[in-house]
Design a protein around this ligand. Structure first.
Ligand code: ZN
Length: 162
């Protein structure tokens, strides 16, 4: 079995594939892969074909200030929040009202809704699980979905507002 090569995409959308059999490096534009399956076979000029997986999720965490709400499924409570960072896999936020002590525990399933600050003011609605609680700051790991186009375009800077 040939091992799958993980390829990480840089912020500008480029990625580097290094052929495991000859060591040649190939820089390519990874953005066209975003809407497709990130699994593909990389063909090198030496003739080697290597199964590859494009990893663009972990590398993007964007600092933001976006208003939204967090709904806790266990209690039905809805809290106004200020989202501070977003990535493909998670959202970090603080209570919009700092005096509010939310009834949230690690492991709670929540729905987070917030609007992006792109021109379309796209609404992001995702479910996830509380993973960290640090004072006023809450970290949520988002449940995976098929590629999130709104968030993806936003994080990768391919949104129309740029
Ligand atoms: Zn090669």
């Amino acid at each position: 079995m040939v091992e799958i090569q993980k390829i990480f995409m840089a912020k500008d959308g480029s990625a580097v594939f290094v052929c495991p059999s000859c060591g040649r490096e190939k820089v390519f534009d990874a953005r066209p892969f975003l809407d497709k399956n990130p699994r593909f076979d990389a063909r090198c000029s030496c003739g080697a074909i290597t199964p590859a997986l494009l990893e663009f999720r972990k590398s993007f965490r964007k600092k933001v200030r976006l208003l939204g709400v967090c709904i806790v499924e266990r209690t039905g409570q809805e809290y106004p929040i200020e989202v501070r960072d977003v990535s493909f896999e998670g959202v970090g936020f603080a209570m919009a009202d700092k005096t509010v002590v939310p009834d949230i525990v690690v492991g709670d399933v929540v729905e987070v809704r917030f609007r992006l600050d792109n021109r379309a003011k796209s609404l992001v609605e995702r479910r996830g699980e509380i993973r960290t609680l640090r004072g006023n700051f809450v970290g949520v790991e988002l449940f995976p979905v098929a590629y999130d186009k709104e968030l993806g375009g936003y994080l990768l800077g391919t949104s129309s507002h740029f």
